[in-house]
Design a protein around this ligand. Structure first.
Ligand code: FPP
Ligand code: MG
Length: 295
């Protein structure tokens, strides 16, 4: 069963290409829409769930490549709220695969620590079964102090749900008097999202030839470079990955300006800061309560 971060030895030409790329600007945050697992399964004459499992193996390679070039944050679309509408067999299979992978993650505490990789599950956890929500909470708490890089697993996620949730957080603050109307501005709302304080992704990569965002990081991706490739996710190669980063590097400066100046996300009032600190603390408490709760 494959690990979350692949240990495979990269061929010399891949290492060379990665090094060349590192001379240019490396995005701080890359997001992936891992699409095409079922088409890969069909093409390879294997079960759908096997296609998803191969998709996970690819994620583990991609994480190795990202860490190798110094990317600090990776967000992957692992399961959308829309995906609950797929057949019971496929949804159950994906939930079992995720259970298996999170159990594996819990066995990899030392490796995650060595790489300094924290894992955060972003999405509507109220839609998850108790055991899966617990596993996710355990993984998040276990990797809490790892601070070199961050993997966001978007699971039971859509952007619209995330934005509605952020509105609910803000409305609660208005109702109980901790916030005033003028506190509800763009930087503040950004910090109410599941991605909290994260930098916005400079690049969003979608595989399998679909040229849509499918309700993924609509707010955070407002200035991202979008890279669409026809390759199916389980077939993505290091060259495809490097090509995407290379294309990004050609527009990196413009994206940087947008992210730094136009999309400044600094909070302006101590009231906002105090409120956001509270939201953050409450998030950790919720994870601890989830872990402690009986089934
Ligand atoms: C999209 O391909 C892929 C998914 C809906 C699932 C992605 C999940 C993984 C790669 C496993 C990751 C698991 C963890 C725990 C991080 P598709 O099913 O839409 O395939 P298609 O576009 O060919 O129909
Ligand atoms: Mg698809």
């Amino acid at each position: 069963m494959s690990s979350w971060i692949s240990d495979s030895t990269l061929p010399w030409h891949s290492i060379l290409m990665l090094r060349i790329l590192k001379c240019g600007r490396i995005p701080k945050h890359i997001a992936f829409i891992m699409d095409g697992n079922r088409r890969f399964a069909q093409k390879s004459n294997i079960e759908k769930i096997e296609g998803h499992s191969k998709g996970f193996d690819k994620l583990s390679e991609v994480l190795q490549w990202c860490l190798e070039i110094g990317v600090e944050e990776v967000t992957v679309y692992a399961f959308s709220i829309e995906n609950f509408k797929r057949s019971k067999e496929e949804v159950d299979g994906l939930m079992d695969l995720t259970r298996e992978k999170f159990n594996r993650l819990l066995e990899e505490k030392e490796k995650m620590k060595k790489h300094g990789l924290r894992v955060r599950v972003i999405g509507n956890k109220s839609l998850l079964s108790n055991d899966l929500a617990k596993l996710a909470a355990e993984a998040e708490l276990m990797t809490r102090d790892n601070n070199q890089s961050l993997l966001n697993v978007a699971f039971s996620y859509t952007s619209q749900d995330e934005i509605a949730n952020a509105c609910n957080i803000a409305v609660q603050g208005l109702i109980d008097g901790r916030l005033e109307n003028e506190d509800i501005d763009v930087p503040f709302m950004s910090k109410c999202l599941y991605t909290q304080d994260s930098p916005f992704p400079e690049i969003i990569i979608r595989t399998s030839g679909e040229t849509r965002l499918s309700d993924f990081l609509l707010w955070q991706g407002c200035a991202s470079y979008l890279h669409f490739t026809g390759v199916l996710w389980p077939e993505l190669t290091v060259t495809d990955f490097l090509w995407a980063i290379f294309k990004y590097q050609r527009v990196a400066e413009e994206i940087d300006v947008l992210h730094k100046k136009l999309l400044s996300r600094d909070l302006t009032s101590p009231r906002q800061e105090k409120f956001i600190e509270n939201v953050e603390a409450e998030r950790w408490s919720t994870l601890e309560r989830t872990l402690a709760a009986g089934d």
